[in-house]
Design a protein around this ligand. Sequence first.
Ligand SMILES: Nc1ncnc2c1ncn2[C@@H]1O[C@H](COP(=O)(O)OP(=O)(O)OP(=O)(O)O)[C@@H](O)[C@H]1O
Ligand SMILES: [Mg+2]
Length: 233
Amino acid sequence: MSKPPAILVEGVHKTYRLGRQDLHVLRGVDCTIGDGEFVAIVGASGSGKSTLLHLIGLLDRADEGGITLDDRNVMGLSAGACNRMRRHEIGFVFQFYHLFSELNVLDNAMLPAMVDTPLLNWFSRRKKLRAKAAGILDDVGLGDRLKHRPRELSGGERQRVAIARALMNDPSILLADEPTGNLDSKTGAKIMKLLKRCNANGQTILMVTHDSDIAAQADRILHLVDGLMMEPL
Ligand SMILES: Nc1ncnc2c1ncn2[C@@H]1O[C@H](COP(=O)(O)OP(=O)(O)OP(=O)(O)O)[C@@H](O)[C@H]1O
Ligand SMILES: [Mg+2]
């Protein structure tokens, strides 16, 4: 029997309300991302790509429609269940990194595990989790930057810390919003190599990008146009 899709989005609507003005950004978005696929979403600025990624990443709620992740309908989940699912099954790479400036590279990457470990267990697990984070950071080429603060890193290095953090809890789904958006093409190519490696290791990847060369490296490209998802024939 084939595996259920990693991500199933059905008729999703999202409207932002600002005062008396309604902005109907997503107008019935449908898309299916297979388990283990690497899919790129492209679309004009303001077309709702980040909005959609935030809904799928359980960072915000859709007004209408269905979202199913790994065969689990997430629309009716409580806030606590959403938090747990986000911590265990989803890794999110933000366009502007969102690292904690006060924490060093190692602690930034460890954060998802810290949040996920009860205080009583933290002291017994800390060493193992630290070794795991250091291993992932080594994999992304930052093994010699563990004690650096984010401000002491280049943009590409910061993005790699953000990717390491997203991988810390072994998520089955990796959501990446413009992961190469602020980087030069050579650094962007390194990030893509890293994402492809995650995908080869079984992670499903949904990536938003403006860059057609970057999008072309995905298995499939989806276009968000006028609040609807289009797939070129
Ligand atoms: N929290 C919010 N409140 C009100 N309007 C919002 C909010 N977030 C986004 N919008 C509006 O919704 C639209 C879609 O925003 P979104 O960030 O999803 O676009 P995007 O496709 O990711 O654009 P870009 O390519 O520039 O990142 C935009 O017009 C934006 O102004
Ligand atoms: Mg965006």
